[in-house]
Design a protein around this ligand. Structure first.
Ligand code: ATP
Ligand code: MG
Length: 182
C-alpha cells in the first residue's frame, strides 16, 4: 500500500486547494521556516482520524481551519483527501482458503481508496470513503483492515530524533517498545 496523493484545502496554512503527489521512492518537502512543511504531516494525521488537537499542534480542533492572512479571507471549512493505492484487505486474505495448487492462488485485489475528512466552522464534521459519507468508525475499520491501524503508522516529528539521541540509556528502550507497539 502506498500514499499516492494528498489534497489539502482550507487546512492550516493551505488556503487554496493544493495537491501533493508522492511518486515512487522517497519524497522530500523543502522550504523556509514556517512555510507549512509540518502542516503536510498534520494533514495526513488528521485525515486518518486523529481526534487530539494537541497532536495536531493546536488548542482546539477548529484551529486546523485556515484562519486568514493579510491577503486572504479565512475559509469556512478544512478538507483533506488522501489517496491510497495498492490497498489490500487483511480480512479478505484471511478468508481465502489455502489453495491445493499454488497456480490457483487468487490474488487479493489491490484497490485504490480515497479517504476524506472535512470540518466546518459550524463544528460539523464529515468523513468520506471513496466519496461516500461514513462514520469515523468506518475509517478506523478501513485502516485496521489494511494493516495501517489507528496507530500503526509512524510519524517521526521535528525534534524527535534529537530527543531519542539525548535520552538516557535506561529510557531508550521505551522508544523501540513504543514503535513495536509493546
Ligand atoms: P519549520 O521549518 O519552522 O518547522 P514548517 O514549514 O514546518 O516550519 P509549519 O509548522 O508547517 O511550518 O507551518 C506553520 C505556519 O502555518 C505558520 O505560519 C502558521 O501561521 C500557519 N498556520 C497554522 N495553522 C493555521 C491556520 N489555521 N490558518 C492559517 N495559517 C495557519
Ligand atoms: Mg516543521
Amino acid at each position: 500500500m502506498r500514499l499516492q496523493k494528498l489534497q489539502i484545502s482550507g487546512f492550516k496554512s493551505f488556503s487554496d486547494r493544493s495537491e501533493l503527489a508522492f511518486d515512487r521512492g522517497v519524497t522530500a518537502i523543502v522550504g523556509p521556516n514556517g512555510c507549512g512543511k509540518s502542516n503536510v504531516a498534520d494533514a495526513i494525521v488528521w485525515v486518518l482520524g486523529e481526534q487530539s488537537a494537541k497532536s495536531l499542534r493546536g488548542d482546539q480542533m477548529m484551529d486546523v481551519i485556515f484562519n486568514g492572512s493579510e491577503a486572504r479571507k479565512a475559509t469556512g471549512a478544512a478538507e483533506v483527501r488522501l489517496m491510497l493505492s495498492g490497498v489490500t484487505s487483511i480480512s479478505e486474505k484471511a478468508r481465502s482458503p489455502e489453495p491445493a495448487d499454488p497456480d490457483d492462488i487468487e490474488p487479493v485485489m489491490a484497490r485504490d481508496v480515497e479517504v476524506t475528512r472535512r470540518l466546518y466552522r459550524s463544528g460539523e464534521s464529515e468523513y468520506l470513503i471513496n466519496g461516500e459519507l461514513v462514520r469515523l468508525k468506518d475509517v478506523h475499520v478501513l485502516l485496521l483492515d489494511t494493516g495501517l491501524g489507528a496507530k500503526a503508522y509512524a510519524i517521526i516529528e521535528q525534534g524527535k530524533i534529537g530527543q531519542i539521541l539525548s535520552t538516557r540509556p535506561p529510557e531508550r528502550p521505551q522508544h523501540s517498545e513504543h514503535a513495536a507497539g509493546v
